[in-house]
Ligand binder design. Structure first.
Ligand SMILES: *[C@@H]1O[C@H](CO)[C@@H](O)[C@H](O)[C@H]1NC(C)=O
Ligand SMILES: *[C@@H]1O[C@H](CO)[C@@H](O)[C@H](O)[C@H]1NC(C)=O
Length: 295
């Protein structure tokens, strides 16, 4: 799912140019990036079975039927012409609800998010839903001339408004946000200029999908790279705008710049970082073995 939250900011700005100015401004963005992932059907159906048999054996879905709806949404349409609503039968075949208080949203904090979901296996990200699990990191598009997947080339998702990959993730993100309830957590990247961006999937789809009557608290956690830069925080930059939006929509919220749990998770991934030394030093000062000749 790199293409939305981990997306190269240059791509986003090009996308704006494309919409606002003319197509020729960023020609390199329009170049195709390889075609449909080879063996797409086997991967998608295989992941679906893996999900219902191994990951979440209490669930039951018809994986073949989900595939048929997916295929019917994509292949009869041109590679830039699959709308969000074209996937409605597919989403209908895979309804999913989550326990409250476990929803995790993130934007440009993929690495930390992975650490977080490992440490808190009950947290739910879009990647852990059936649709997220099935389609993560895959590419697909139809053919202009043929009713088949195009394994040769697909447009970059930033090159068209109705990109088949983007449309699916957009609907998946919206569904995920609309079912969010209880306390939710949002991980944002304080080392970036626009930690909260209205162009990100969180800022453009998920935030609007959240329901203040279902969400008890929006708990924002700003996490910066251990070595900096420290650009944005709860009271600086775009996160202030996010808090303003939350307030105006009637959400309760909290915001933390220095969440200790996240810091520890970062240090586990990168123990030699200078930002981790204070923590490591204090651990060293605590004797772990009794002094020699002790009682
Ligand atoms: C913040 O974003 C940058 C650029 O995408 C990335 O390299 C870095 O790992 C991110 N930091 C965190 C804490 O997620
Ligand atoms: C929800 O978040 C609020 C504010 O951080 C906290 O006081 C409360 O204990 C949380 N509730 C649950 C169920 O986690």
């Amino acid at each position: 799912m790199d293409w939305w939250t981990g997306v190269n900011p240059a791509l986003w700005s090009c996308r704006i140019h494309i919409c606002v100015i003319v197509l020729s401004v960023c020609p390199e963005v329009l170049r195709s990036e390889g075609g449909t992932t080879p063996n797409l059907k086997h991967i998608v159906i295989g992941r679906c079975y893996s999900y219902i048999r191994l990951v979440n054996p209490t669930l039951s879905y018809d994986c073949e039927e989900i595939w048929r709806h997916f295929e019917a949404a994509v292949v009869p349409r041109p590679s830039c012409g699959v709308r969000v609503k074209d996937y409605r039968h597919m989403f209908h075949a895979m309804p999913q609800l989550w326990p409250c208080d476990q929803f995790l949203f993130w934007s440009k904090t993929r690495g930390v998010m992975h650490g977080y979901t490992t440490a808190f296996p009950r947290s739910w990200t879009l990647e852990r839903t059936l649709v997220g699990y099935m389609f993560n990191d895959l590419i697909w598009c139809g053919h202009e001339e043929d009713t088949a997947f195009n394994f040769h080339s697909c447009p970059k998702w930033s090159a068209c408004v109705h990109h088949p990959v983007y449309s699916l993730w957009r609907q998946a993100s919206q569904n995920f946000a609309e079912t969010a309830c209880g306390n939710i957590t949002v991980l944002l990247n304080g080392s970036l200029q626009e930690a909260f961006s209205r162009e990100s999937m969180f800022g453009s789809v998920e935030l609007d999908g959240l329901n203040p009557r279902m969400v008890h608290y929006v708990n924002i956690k700003v996490v910066s790279n251990l070595e900096g830069p420290f650009i944005e925080s709860c009271d600086r930059g775009s996160i202030v705008d996010l808090i303003h939006i939350l307030r105006s929509r009637g959400f309760r919220w909290t915001c933390a710049d220095d969440d200790l749990t996240l810091k520890v998770l970062q240090c586990v991934q990168n123990p030699r970082a200078s930002g981790c030394r204070a923590c490591a030093d204090s651990l060293k000062r605590t004797p772990t073995t009794p002094p020699s000749g002790g009682a």
